[in-house]
Ligand binder design. Structure first.
Ligand code: FAD
Length: 446
């Protein structure tokens, strides 16, 4: 059975110099960077708040992996982290990351921050159609309660995480691992209160996590979900654990509504099992209760749009130097097993997909992200930022880091401004000028 979708003429209701779609780490970086360079910026976000996975999936402890290494936050991420800490304080009693975000305060901060930086924000604005003509995006269509609305801009930045704008424009993409297209599992984080903090000396939460991993590897937990570690968020004096990162639903296409529905429901079952496990196994957690479940399932990867450059794991492993580098980041990979298997040695070599690929920062090795990986092939007024850039699947497990996504956003925002100012396509901007702007935005480049 088929239906005919009637054609419709739509007035272009809103226009901007630069349109950013998606208000997660990459979109925040892009919007602020472009607005601070004097352009009229409109930011569209499908949810009722900004922050992407930090706020929608409670991923507050974003830069935990930098602790004890020679690396530190840079650019806008550092600025936001410091400002939030100054304004709201943080009663995180864990040593692991004192500066971790409080995701509810971050929502409020971002509302104000956008206003102060003259970024126009529209929430509840789901973009799922794109009108193109002669390799240009003429308008994107937002689905609103009052029907579709058309928005146009000189340059559009796709920071949707899933590459929805590029997909709508019909651009080629890859998704998941090469052999079968499977993505990393989806996760729904949750919060608990009632932990007896007075009984929790030192890094007790990390110890609990280690005990769990050992029991899990020995097959002694009796739990259904195959996840073998439990990263915890902040622990407050009041006994709140700001997130428990455990549930994993495998084999889900993050863009398919049936898969998403299954993932949300499956993760909620896993939340309940780990909640009971923690409560029963650890005396200091005997009185915990679930206070909230993240509003939406979170994904670590989905569509990766083909760009002018395709960043590979070999580039990253050899620290390939690029003339158009827009970010330098510590070598770090975190790839949860797409099929839930738990074998393998956790190393990146041979693009192993058996088990969790986890390569923490061990030395001063870095990798570079070239600007061309943010420039999609085939559309002349579109840029990419965040986890949907042009990269192979294992490479994406390194570039998906929240602070790097924000750095890529900063680069895309500044590049869009240069394209508008110099009246050139994003592919033809002067890299040197872009790098100069980024250095002024506190990004370290060679
Ligand atoms: C459970 C979990 C734990 C993680 N842990 C860490 C960690 O500890 N450290 C770390 O650095 N990274 C971590 N990550 C990875 C990290 O969260 C992501 O890689 C990062 O958030 C990607 O940023 P982004 O801006 O590209 O996308 P997202 O954060 O996904 O943001 C995309 C934004 O676009 C909006 N959007 C999507 N589609 C549309 C549309 N069609 N129209 C309008 N708006 C749209 C979304 O609502 C969202 O706000 C974790 C991820 C998960 C799921």
């Amino acid at each position: 059975m088929k239906v005919i979708r009637p054609q419709m003429e739509l007035e272009i209701k809103r226009k901007a110099d630069i349109l950013v779609v998606g208000g997660g780490p990459a979109g925040i970086g892009a919007a602020i960077s472009a607005a601070r360079l004097g352009k009229k910026v409109l930011l569209l976000e499908k949810r009722g708040f900004l922050g992407g996975n930090i706020t929608a999936c409670y991923v507050e402890n974003c830069n935990h992996f930098l602790k004890g290494t020679p690396f530190h936050s840079e650019g806008l991420y550092k600025e936001i982290e410091q400002k939030c800490y100054e304004i709201y304080g943080n009663d995180n009693i864990r040593e692991k990351n004192k500066m971790a975000f409080h995701s509810e305060y971050l929502k409020i901060f971002l509302d104000k921050f956008m206003k102060e930086n003259k970024v126009e924000v529209l929430l509840h604005s789901f973009v799922n159609e794109v009108i193109t003509r002669r390799n240009q995006i003429e308008a994107v269509i937002i689905q609103t309660k009052q029907g579709p609305e058309a928005v146009s801009a000189e340059i559009i930045i796709d920071a949707t995480g899933d590459g929805d704008v590029a997909f709508g424009a019909g651009l080629p993409f890859e998704q998941g691992r090469e052999k079968d297209g499977m993505c990393q599992p989806g996760t729904v984080n949750f919060r608990v209160t009632g932990a007896h903090t007075e009984e929790m000396k030192g890094e007790r939460l990390s110890e609990i996590s280690n005990i769990f991993t050992k029991e899990s590897k020995e097959g002694r937990t009796g739990l259904v979900c195959s996840k073998q570690d439990i990263p915890f968020g902040r622990l407050t004096k009041a006994g709140q654990i700001s997130y428990v990162n455990y549930s994993c639903a495998h084999g889900i296409d993050p863009t398919d509504i049936e898969g998403l529905t299954r993932g949300e429901m499956e993760c909620r079952e896993y939340i309940l099992e780990i909640y009971h496990y923690l409560k029963n196994q650890f005396h200091e957690l005997r009185d915990i209760e679930i206070t909230s479940i993240a509003p939406e399932i979170g994904f670590r990867d989905s569509r990766r749009i083909r760009g002018e450059y395709y960043l590979t794991i070999e580039d990253m492993e050899s620290d390939r130097q690029f003339d158009d580098a827009i970010a330098v980041f510590p070598r770090f990979y975190d790839m949860l097993p797409p099929d839930g298997t738990s074998s393998g040695n956790g190393k990146v070599e041979g693009k192993g997909y058996d088990g969790h690929i986890f390569e923490p920062i061990v030395d001063e090795r870095t990798f570079q992200v070239p600007y061309r990986a943010l420039v999609p092939a085939g559309i002349n007024n579109l840029l990419l930022a965040g986890r949907c850039i042009s990269a192979d699947h294992v490479a994406e497990s390194g570039i998906r880091a929240i602070s790097l996504c924000m750095m890529m956003g900063q680069a895309a925002g500044a590049a869009a401004v240069l394209a508008v100012q110099d009246r050139v396509k994003p592919a033809d901007i002067d890299y040197k000028k872009l790098q100069e702007i980024l250095r002024k935005q506190d990004i370290s480049l060679p």
